[in-house]
Design a protein around this ligand. Structure first.
Ligand code: SF4
Length: 493
């Protein structure tokens, strides 16, 4: 049996180092019996947003606050009756995380959220999705003033800022704290009686409100409402704070100076689950539409449109439909990878992507193949997939990418390599094509992507409708900690 203080498993896809990774999912429920069971199911549906660790806090009037934090998948931990019985009560929140292990070292169990703080007016727990871009300077200031940090997580700053606030109730202390924080945050928090949800003024990361029976829930995505049979009510708006009690309903507050929203456009491309609804649009349908735009912008004569599974699938369907070229599953994913070889040997590791993906040779042989993928980050996986397709006898390989070139790191809650490691930061599209040694390589344009998400006129250059910084270098919030460390933000055009 794994000990909760140890770190028993590597990331879910040990061979998949070539995707951007969402760092967190949050979920909370109030007003149902054994709320933690609902939270566990919600987190299970949000597991794609973070596979390294998860935590749940619950409150019961008789037993007070209880918490459990574990490394590994939700289904391997928070399904055990013996554990769930320790999390009673009608109010609960939870968090799944993917760590930024490359930059901060291995996660300790104390870094796993929700974080808990005991204040004079009672306890509070918070779970945070996003990234605080001034966390280093806040942490320095807080430590100088006597705060004692328990974790290496930026999110713990919020608890310490709340502790220093002079406000008389916890929601007001949270408002105070979050006004000092820069960057992206979707926060789900709880007191003894209230479930609280907050989105940063730009609304970079998602957060939705749902109704479950007589209770309420908050979730990073709508797919987690579906799993518990909750009804989707609405999105929490950028800059909105909701304070929810089981009996009193939802109170909506506006603690921040209003700003034009800049939701993460990459949620549409890759992070969110295709069965979620974002901004009133089906993520699946948006991705299919990206494929349609891509086919219009970057046509090529070929015999087969083939997705790189699983995330390239809706865009490949859209590309095939628009181009009239047949769609086929030329690459098959081994669904059970990542669980089979928990600690791969060097020899197995060298097999790399072949362990996860296999080519459907009978379909590929002799064909001119269009491969549709969601993104190119380092390009290592794209190269290997191209080799597999050619080994299987493809006549030509054309890559079509459902996002613009990823040339800038994200500082808002997504793990990206340093700029130098991003293929598109150092190479032009033609150079990338030669580097990958494919017959052609085309990315959807930024305007094409905006059209696919419903902006008929494309990107408004003066005032972009989304955050697209990883493509454009146009950061909606200056990443002040990174600038202090020497990161050079692109000059305004
Ligand atoms: S930089 Fe990219 S991944 Fe990060 S929030 Fe903006 S669009 Fe999303």
């Amino acid at each position: 049996m794994s000990h909760p203080m140890s770190h028993p498993m590597p990331p879910a896809h040990p061979f998949d180092d070539d995707k951007l990774k969402e760092e967190c999912g949050v979920f909370g429920v109030v007003g149902v019996t054994d709320a933690a069971n609902f939270v566990a199911l919600g987190l299970h549906a949000l597991q794609h947003r973070g596979q390294e660790a998860g935590g749940i806090v619950s409150y019961d009037p008789e037993q007070g606050f209880n918490s459990a934090r574990r490394f590994g998948y939700v289904r391997d931990n928070f399904t055990k009756q013996s554990l769930m019985e320790t999390l009673p009560g009608p109010l609960s929140i939870g968090h799944v995380r993917y760590s930024t292990a490359g930059s901060k070292g291995q996660t300790q169990i104390r870094d796993v959220q929700p974080f808990f703080g005991e204040f004079s007016m009672g306890g509070a727990a918070i779970a945070h999705n996003g990234n605080i871009t001034n966390a280093e300077s806040l942490r320095r200031e807080l430590i100088e003033r006597g705060s004692i940090f328990q974790s290496s997580s930026d999110s713990e700053c919020i608890i310490h800022l709340m502790a220093r606030s002079l406000q008389r109730d916890i929601p007001s202390r949270m408002e105070d704290a979050l006004r000092r924080v820069e960057g992206a945050f979707s926060v789900v928090a709880m007191t003894r009686t209230k479930l609280i949800g907050v989105r940063d003024p730009l609304g970079v990361r998602p957060l939705v409100l749902g109704r479950v029976g007589d209770g309420w829930c908050l979730s990073s995505e709508t797919c987690a409402l579906d799993i518990i049979g909750a009804e989707f009510v609405r999105e929490i708006e950028p800059g909105e704070m909701v304070v929810i009690t089981a009996a009193g309903g939802v109170e909506s507050l506006r603690p921040f100076r209003p700003q034009k929203s800049r939701f993460c456009i990459f949620e549409h491309v890759y992070f969110s689950r295709p069965d979620s609804i974002l901004g009133g649009r089906s993520v699946y349908e948006t991705r299919r539409q990206i494929g349609v735009e891509l086919a219009r912008e970057a046509p090529v004569e070929a015999d087969l449109v083939c997705p790189v599974p699983d995330s390239g699938t809706p865009a490949a369907i859209g590309y095939a439909h628009e181009s009239g070229i047949p769609y086929g599953m030329g690459i098959i994913r081994n669904q059970y990878m990542g669980r089979t070889f928990i600690e791969p040997t060097e020899q197995i590791r060298n097999m790399g992507v072949r362990l996860k993906l296999n080519v459907n040779r009978a379909l590929i042989e002799g064909k001119r193949v269009i491969l549709v993928d969601d993104s190119v980050v380092r390009g290592t996986t794209s190269r290997k997939i191209k080799e597999m397709i050619l080994d299987a006898g493809a006549a030509e390989v054309h890559f079509r990418i459902a996002s613009p070139p990823t040339a800038w790191p994200c500082f808002y809650g997504v793990d990206t390599p340093q700029r130098e490691k991003l293929l598109a930061a150092t190479m032009s599209e033609d150079e990338m094509r030669d580097h990958l040694a494919v017959d052609s390589l085309r990315f959807i344009s930024l305007d094409g992507l905006y059209r696919a998400v419903g902006e008929a006129k494309g990107r408004d250059k003066a005032c972009p409708q989304y955050c697209d910084a990883c493509f454009s270098g146009d950061y909606p919030v200056a990443p002040s900690d990174m600038i202090e460390r020497g990161f050079e933000v692109k000059a305004a055009e």
